[in-house]
Design a protein around this ligand. Structure first.
Ligand code: DAH
Length: 340
């Protein structure tokens, strides 16, 4: 083999596996029959000048071949160590894998809507930007009601505003779908409130509406009490207190037994043993008529509740701002994920 042919063989070395490398070592550098040895053996037959040239080049190539084989041997050894786990500390903690989780408020909204779905209610939505007519007047608010004041609501210009409650979706629903109607409507609402432990200028509500032949206050009480028992616990006590809303008559607020003190009295329930979770009532006939529904024939009941407040009542969360701050310690407590 000539020297330049032998130099070509250098290229095979970095690709060789362990077995092939051994073969190459013998074939190229072997003391007895290696290609290089064969070349060196011919040196004595050459004249002095050529011998010097060939001898120098052959020794230089020998060193190159040796270095390439050496490097390849080391690389193969490193790969083997990695595959067999040598040199790796198996007691080191793994890297956390981050998974997304549902926000606690999203979970509570789904859970509430699921319970009402079992009771025959469909989930519906409406826009967050509303007209004064849908947000107030069609719901029987008098023109001088304080909620219409720019101090209390976010007006967008003209008679458009950010809805102050989900009740305008009652109007949209009744105008589009003839009774019988049963819907639950979750969504964001906006009021010019301070951002403190119990208020936020943006908050969630879930509206409920049922309109049909012959619905009475008994249906309202049974539906909402069933919800409370399914959501909290089967023995949860509820009570209804008379209240007032322009769009219902009669109106009532529903309380559940305080989930923290079980009725004994604590700071969370202001020592009353009860926690208010929703407003409700029989749909005012004027609201039905405003939507073109025959109030002589149909009756309905409606309610509105705050899933954030309900989550706070259930889990003993002391401050509504925790829902907005994206503190991972808070979110992970409820999201069912553990990143450590
Ligand atoms: N819209 C009311 C509020 O934001 C809540 C409410 C009360 C809704 C009674 C209703 C209802 O549908 O019947 O305070």
């Amino acid at each position: 083999m000539r020297l330049d042919e032998l130099r070509e063989r250098l290229k095979e070395i970095p690709q060789a596996d362990a077995r092939r490398l051994q073969e190459l070592k013998t074939e190229l550098l072997g003391r007895r029959a290696g290609a290089l040895t064969e070349i060196l053996k011919t040196l004595p037959t050459l004249d002095a000048e050529t011998r010097k040239q060939v001898g120098g080049a052959a020794n230089a190539l020998k060193r190159e071949l040796e270095r390439a084989i050496d490097e390849r041997e080391q690389a193969l050894a490193r790969g083997k160590a990695a595959r067999t786990g040598q040199g790796i500390d198996l007691t080191m903690p793994g890297r956390p894998v981050w998974r997304g989780g549902l926000h606690i408020v999203t979970q509570v909204v789904s859970e509430i809507c699921d319970i009402f779905r079992e009771l025959g209610f469909t989930r519906a939505v409406g826009p967050e930007a509303e007209t004064e007519r849908n947000n107030f007047f069609a719901l029987n608010f008098p023109p001088d009601h304080p909620a219409l004041d720019a101090q209390d609501s976010f007006y967008l210009g003209g008679d458009a505003l950010l809805r102050t409650h989900t009740s305008p979706v009652q109007i949209r629903t009744l105008e589009h779908y003839p009774p019988p109607v049963r819907v639950v409507i979750p969504g964001a609402c906006y009021r010019r409130d301070p951002f403190d432990a119990s208020h936020s200028p943006v908050f969630e509500q879930i509206e409920g509406l049922a309109v049909d032949d012959g619905l009475t206050f008994v249906d309202l009480k049974a539906t909402l009490a069933t919800f409370a028992r399914r959501f909290f616990s089967p023995d949860t006590a509820v009570r209804f207190r008379p209240s007032y809303f322009p769009f219902t008559e009669p109106s009532a607020e529903m309380d559940v037994r305080c989930q923290l003190c079980a009725g004994a009295g604590c700071p969370a329930c202001k020592q009353t043993g009860w926690m208010e979770i929703l407003g409700s009532g029989m749909v005012h006939p004027a609201v039905l008529e405003n939507c073109g529904v025959d109030a002589e024939r149909y009756t309905g009941f409606a309610w509105g509740m705050g899933p954030q407040r309900i989550a706070m009542v259930r889990h003993g969360i002391p401050d509504i701002r925790l829902f907005f701050e994206s503190d991972m310690r808070f979110l992970e407590r409820f999201s069912g994920i553990d990143s450590r």
